[in-house]
Design a protein. Sequence first.
Length: 327
Amino acid sequence: MTNRIRWGILGTGKIAHQFAAALRRLPEAELLAVGSRSAEAAGRFADEFEIARRYPSYTELVRDPEVEVIYVATPHSCHAENTQLALKAGKAVLCEKPFTINAAEAREVIGLARERKLFLMEAMWTRFFPLMAKLRELLDAGAIGEVRQLTADFGFRAEYQDEPRLFGPELGGGALLDVGVYPVSLASMLFGPSGKVVSTANLGPTGVDDEAAMILTHDRGEMAILHTAIRLETAQEAIITGTQGRIRIHSPWWRPTVMTLSREGKSDERLDFPLEGNGYEYEAREVMSCIRGGKLESALMPLDESVSIMRTLDTIRAQWGLKYPME
């Protein structure tokens, strides 16, 4: 395919590997370059994915004149800095979730993108799965009546010694920013910005949240009851309840492939959406579609919504007294 979108990947961790594998499966994408903090890491990553250009620094990567869009795949604490680096070099950016550490950082990054008239999007990959497109279609058509409640969880068990990134305050660690952002983002997609927030958390020995529970109340009184954890394996399901039925997104709902539609007076309906590749293809396609269409943001993951989500996360952390060292 000619005129492919040329990508650079900033960071070489686990999620960067998954995204690189997805890009290699997309004929409309060219994975041109990778940047790391060391030549060795960049070289290993480039060899694995047959990437032509390997850079021993993020600055050298974003300065490559042929790279069009940068995927930021570094720890949470680095997202704002790395995204700004790429934007200042004139690159479009797809930044991993959570978008930034807090809403203030999010506003600053978005302000730069708008000033430079460059595309920017938070990589909340769940939004772009075919199942989610069908879910939005069903809800818009009133399939379960007026939608009133969401219950959703995302928790997994990690060990302190095995996953230091998850538990380090200096890296923006804790369950909320790592996986709690998923159910909060889902509530935002369904109901819009949150109003009243009530939450509680167990802070672990490193000072970040090992597990947490949240209730969000939205503009029309809709409620989202959410749980997250990095020391507990939870059911990882989402149930959306309306006045005339409910939709259950089966585990793992954050990488959704199956949902069950239950309606009054009707048999349950199971809807299957087989996964394409590893799932990162969907958000990559959205980015490339927006860039080709001259758009500066995605209608499915708008920038103002990313700020709103970060504001909710800020409110939740403030209730726990959890502040990161860089704030």
